[in-house]
Ligand binder design. Structure first.
Ligand code: NAD
Length: 267
């Protein structure tokens, strides 16, 4: 199996719609041993979701903005396994002021929260787990939403994702010499709890329905999960600093241009 014998940490399982839930499921089906992390009041939901996996994994508490949580998670994994083969970062959050058209009005405190949770935490998690991942070579995977254009309503989360894409390259540069690969999967839109907080998410839905060459099912995170598992496996050994788009092909054809741009001028 693809992930036979792999020991993986999977963050970001909030409920059975979470992208990370599907990664956990596919990883177990492919032979991996996994541990989840849960966050704050969502821990109870994470426990309920964990019970629905093929095997119920343990859950460690991790608020990724708390350095002592990061240290404790690394220590617990060291005690349990003495090494780590891979980690999924599936964490994102932005206060309401940062989404849904609030770009020019969002206060710095809110923007700072969005960047702390959604961007800086990727590097912080990588740093805290680097020693364990370096034991036998490892793979870090994060979840991105294509940050090349200014999407309707995505606002500061888009800026956070652009930062994540850059952090991915720097992390790949700094951890590569220790045998650690670092990659992002840029997913198309999926109906999860995080997506529900984005005012204007429906706009993404119509773009993907109209533009995706392969088609796109917003209720099926499994294609994203499979790609994450491929990156966590030994089958992409020379790939790092990369962004793999799992979006039905929308990134290749563009999100579409307004009618007035494509309508030929009358002479
Ligand atoms: N749903 C989409 O359309 C989509 C598309 C592309 C990328 N993504 C990204 O996928 C990732 C997972 O999101 P999802 O869509 O599965 O939604 P989700 O709501 O199921 O997952 C978001 C997770 O972030 C966690 N989180 C928030 N703040 C945290 C903190 N301080 N410490 C630790 N964990 C924290 C939540 O507990 C939750 O598990 C996010 O990075 C998101 O931006 C989502």
């Amino acid at each position: 199996m693809l992930l036979d014998g792999k020991r993986l940490l999977i963050t970001g399982v909030l409920d059975p719609r979470s992208i990370a839930f599907f990664v956990a499921k596919v990883a177990q089906e492919q032979g991996a041993e996994i541990v989840l992390t849960g966050f704050g009041r969502g821990m109870r939901l994470t426990q309920r979701a964990a019970d629905r996996l093929p095997e119920t994994p343990d859950i460690l508490e991790l608020d990724v903005t708390q350095p002592e949580h990061l240290t404790a998670v690394a220590a617990q994994l060291d005690e349990r396994w003495g090494r780590l083969d891979g980690v999924l970062h599936a964490i994102g959050f932005a206060p309401a002021s940062c989404l849904g058209g609030g770009f020019l009005d969002a206060p710095w405190e809110d923007v700072a929260t969005a960047l702390h949770v959604s961007t800086y935490s990727y590097a912080a998690l990588g740093r805290s787990l680097a020693d364990l991942l370096a034991v036998d070579g490892g793979s870090i995977v994060g979840l991105d939403f294509d940050a090349q254009i200014a999407w309707p309503g995505y606002d500061w989360m888009g800026v956070a994702k652009a930062g994540l894409e850059s952090a991915n390259r720097y992390l790949a540069r700094d951890l590569g010499p220790r045998g650690i690969r670092v990659n992002l999967v840029a997913a198309g839109p999926l109906h999860t709890m995080a997506a529900r907080s984005i005012d204007g998410f429906g706009d993404f839905e119509s773009v993907w329905q109209e533009r995706a060459p392969l088609g796109w099912d917003l209720r099926d995170p499994e294609p994203v999960a499979r790609t994450v598992c491929a990156l966590l496996s030994d089958w992409m050994p020379a790939v790092t600093g990369e962004i793999v788009h799992v979006d039905g092909g929308v990134h290749a054809v563009g999100a579409g241009v307004p009618d007035d741009v494509v309508t030929p001028a009358e002479d």
